[in-house]
Design a protein. Structure first.
Length: 144
């Protein structure tokens, strides 16, 4: 049974690879025809690059599914940041920045970042609250 399953996966992979190679060089009308064949009326997008990406993603999702297996999830956890930027400084670390003559000081805590007596989930949330405008928090505090 495992061999049959493996062979069908190889067949799916080969068919998908051929379709993806076709998508790489297809013109707009050809991409729309492929979309129509698989998904019905095509999107009205005119961007070749974006349409290629959408079509390639949908075909791969159809072939392999959109759920991640446990091994893939573990691998992503190892490669992804384990915590929001700034938390790696350690509990109790202080970040400060002067903005428009006012000192903004943040303390890293287990569940976020404390500023002005309130706990925030991210440095961006702190920077936005402190300045009234949207900021990239790590950049605002000089971490990036």
């Amino acid at each position: 049974m495992a061999i049959i399953h493996h062979c069908s996966e190889v067949g799916i992979a080969a068919d998908l690879a051929a379709k993806l190679r076709e998508i790489e060089t297809a013109h707009l009308e050809d991409l729309r025809a492929i979309w129509r064949q698989h998904y019905g009326p095509p999107t009205k997008l005119r961007s070749l690059a974006f349409l290629r990406l959408m079509l390639a993603w949908r075909l791969q999702a159809d072939a392999y599914g959109t759920k991640l297996d446990s091994a893939a999830k573990r691998q992503m956890k190892r490669k992804a940041p384990a915590q929001p930027v700034g938390r790696e400084l350690g509990l109790g670390a202080k970040l400060s920045r002067e903005h428009e003559g006012r000192l903004i000081e943040v303390v890293v805590e287990e569940d976020g970042f404390r500023w002005d007596g309130r706990l925030y989930r991210s440095l961006s949330a702190v920077a936005t609250a402190a300045t009234g405008t949207r900021w990239n928090g790590p950049r605002f505090f000089g971490l990036k």
